[in-house]
Design a protein around this ligand. Sequence first.
Ligand code: DX5
Ligand code: ZN
Length: 218
Amino acid sequence: MPHFIAPSVLAANFGQLATDVQMLNNSTSDWIHVDIMDGRFVPNISFGFPVVQAIQKVATKPLDVHLMIEQPEQYIEQFRAAGAEYISVHYEACPHLHRTLQQIKATGAKAGVALNPHTSVQVLADVIQDLDLVILMSVNPGFGGQKFIQHTYKKIEQLKAMIQESQSACLIEVDGGVNQENAPALLKAGADVLVAGSFVFNSANPTQTIHDLKQISF
Ligand code: DX5
Ligand code: ZN
């Protein structure tokens, strides 16, 4: 499968959000990554339902919603109604992960789990068959523009082996500090989806940057 690019709107200009989403529509991006932060699970607050709805109104690409929030099970249906195609919860925020994944699937959305940098991929061994997506955090969640954590490569390889062994169709997404330099090695290690926020939106020509990330072969 060719890899997917999921630019994160966290790094967009919120004063002209519709324009930035239209740029993504017209680019070779595959998904639109939407980062939700609650100021509790992570030490930052991003945005909520009205903004997701506003993105969905303009977007022609699937919304990949990454919930960095406590008790995400309270809001799954609302995020689905706001237009989420993929809904990912954090392993660290879900004492009843299996139940929460079933709840996501019951809405018709695709179900994902995100792992913090310190969380081993082994914790997913017993739910891997139920997953559509795993987000491997390659920075500590909460902020865009952070430095990529090198240990992520090893986790991608371990997760890839687990997925192949279980014959799961789950995709591996890498989120945080992704750029043109590390993207080839991430893809080589087994990543299927690359999230890129600041690297895309802070570049001189975001459409071209997305194109370049999409063109990478290894
Ligand atoms: C981090 C978010 C990321 C972030 C990526 O908490 O989950 O999706 O927006 O931004 P960059 O690409 O700038 O690291
Ligand atoms: Zn994210």
